[in-house]
Design a protein around this ligand. Structure first.
Ligand code: NAI
Ligand code: 15L
Length: 276
């Protein structure tokens, strides 16, 4: 079979830009959408997630949706409500309407959830024998942003139970070219592993609604990657190669640093500060 066509929302963003580079080598043809113009992609759909007509056209005949669009850091509740909560509702509703139009299976959704849905979970001391944090851990959002990701996971579960729409919710750690602090060594998802994981999530069979953590095979991992591996994800990178440099610059994680006490790092502070 030829390349699979997927809608990539949030295509102008950091992760969207990385995935535009990397996903075609996994055999995808990308249809791009963002509320901002997408550099170098004049054919991209420039539309807000709440533009229902544009959304319905955007999902027409696609095989899947990689839903990255949204506010990606803490913001006011009203802004989060508009882009992440109402916007993600409209994304799922357009997928539901598309399935109805086809009279057949709906496109698979991969939802960019976040570690901030469980941000208030204490950092596990894996080195002292604490277990890796399982997917089933209580959600403890650390921000309005994290709350919107928690809502997105529920929305995905609801669309599976009620309408048979399949979603993989990926609680992404930190997906950037390199980890830039010590916490990030535990949650880092290399861009190449990100593409591998999204590919696995788009193609694994019978996922229903599955929640997984998204990171590379980091030596300092805090969470359980077995769910992601069960989708066929085989991470190739480990943040440990940056350890000497980052530890020399910042020192080890410390109980005296409030940003080191929880999975969500600095996001537990109000207001959260980025970068940290
Ligand atoms: P980003 O902020 O660079 O990109 C988000 C994109 O979504 C932007 O281009 C923005 O214009 C677009 N967008 C925002 N509201 C929109 C709306 N209402 N309609 C249409 N487009 C809209 O964020 P980044 O880092 O690329 O993250 C992508 C997704 O992955 C986000 O949902 C974020 O919450 C999630 N994520 C990212 C992580 C990371 O490490 N980069 C970690 C965890 C989750
Ligand atoms: C996120 O959810 C953000 O979108 C991203 O910008 C990073 O801050 C990441 O989490 C993180 O926790 O490092």
């Amino acid at each position: 079979s030829g390349p699979r066509t997927i809608l990539l929302t949030g295509a102008a963003g950091g992760l969207g830009t990385l995935m535009r580079e990397l996903l075609p080598s996994h055999g995808y043809e990308l249809r791009l959408l963002d509320v901002r113009p997408v550099d170098g992609a004049p054919d991209a759909i420039v539309a807000d997630l709440n533009d229902t007509e544009a959304l319905r056209a955007a999902v027409r005949d696609v095989d899947g949706v990689l839903h990255l669009a949204g506010i990606s850091l803490e913001s006011t509740f009203d802004k989060i409500l508009e882009s992440n909560i109402r916007g993600t509702y409209h994304l799922f509703d357009s997928v539901r309407a598309e399935a109805e139009r086809r009279g057949g299976p709906a496109p698979r959704v991969v939802f960019a959830s976040s570690n901030h849905a469980i941000g208030f979970t204490p950092r596990p001391r894996v080195e002292d024998g604490d277990p890796l944090v399982p997917v089933s851990t209580l959600r403890r959002p650390d921000t309005y942003y994290g709350l919107s990701k928690s809502f997105g996971e529920d929305l995905a579960q609801f669309h599976w139970d009620k309408f048979g729409i399949e979603t993989v919710s990926v609680r992404i750690g930190s997906c950037f070219k390199e980890p830039t602090d010590v916490r990030m060594m535990s949650v880092w998802l290399s861009p190449a592993d990100g593409a591998r994981l999204f590919h696995a999530a788009l193609t694994a069979k019978d996922v229903g609604h599955t929640v997984v953590y998204g990171s590379s095979a980091n030596t300092r991992l805090w969470w359980d990657l077995s769910g992601a591996r069960a989708l066929g994800y085989d991470p190739q990178d480990d943040s440990e190669v940056y350890a000497d440099k980052l530890l020399a610059e910042f020192g080890p994680l410390s109980d005296d640093n409030p940003a080191h006490l929880h999975m969500g790092g600095r996001f537990v502070d109000d207001p959260p500060i980025w970068p940290y």
